[in-house]
Unconditional design. Sequence first.
Length: 281
Amino acid sequence: RSKDQGGGVINSYEPTLHDQARERREIEIELRSALGRDEFMVHYQPVVHSDGRVDGFEALLRWNSKKLGPVSPVKFIPVAEDTRLIGPIGEWVLQTACHEAARWPSNTKVAVNVSAEQLSSPGFVASVMKALAHSGIAPNRLELEVTESVFLREVSGAMATLDQVRALGVKLVLDDFGTGYSSLGYLRMGQFSTIKVDRSFVQGALKGARESIAIVRAVVALADSLEMSTTAEGVENQEEADAIVALGCKKLQGYHFGRPMSAEDAFAIFDGGARRIAVGG
Ligand code: C2E
Ligand code: MG
Ligand code: MG
Ligand code: MG
């Protein structure tokens, strides 16, 4: 931040703590009525195999607030988590995404992001069962993406909830791997079906950053030995795709294969029986 210029005027575009607190408050107020006002949408981003075959879609929540305009999940999800609004909002995403997935070819997966806060709510397992029953999708088509933060909430029973959900046949995915602070010792055999390698390592690997390459290699080796699959996030071009496949990642996701898109556009990928995404080059 640039320094105070004598007259008390702070010449800076960086939001002050006060601005940030006000923004959070505005988000919180609007978020409380967003579900009721039907301001949410789920977008779907393809996850593909290295040959372009669609493995499934990740459901990504979008909020177009009447008052605030479009707000990024990076901003509103933390507010939803802090205020417990994530419960009803996450429940809506789960039901909506499973309902949508029922229209896709029968082996296509749907991945739903779940916050650690949702896992400590007693109704969570029941809401997963409801989403499966109402949509009719096979449990192994549903993937729940959690981050390493679940390991830090052991007290509130997050891991026990994940065990119950897995017993239903639902798959668990460890998201943004490598960005958290947890110890590798938390990983147990059979717990997660897939590890998602964070975008920062994917992009670093392409730039030739030795640390990123080493980390991707290590994650792939770890996943292999624990019988898990790996997905690279944030693949933006063919060079990144080639580099990451060469390092052994099995599945890919990123703007190169498709941006998060409306349910209609995601459904249209299967037009004419297509099961793969054509990418340039
Ligand atoms: P995430 O689960 O790691 O999702 C991946 C994010 O990377 C998404 O951001 C996606 O749009 C973005 N992305 C995908 N491909 C690329 C690429 O090639 N380049 C770049 N630069 N970005 C790419 P998004 O949609 O803004 O979501 C941000 C985060 O918000 C998600 O990260 C997830 O943690 C959270 N989130 C989104 N929807 C939900 C939800 O329904 N529930 C919960 N609990 N969290 C959600
Ligand atoms: Mg995710
Ligand atoms: Mg992620
Ligand atoms: Mg991420």
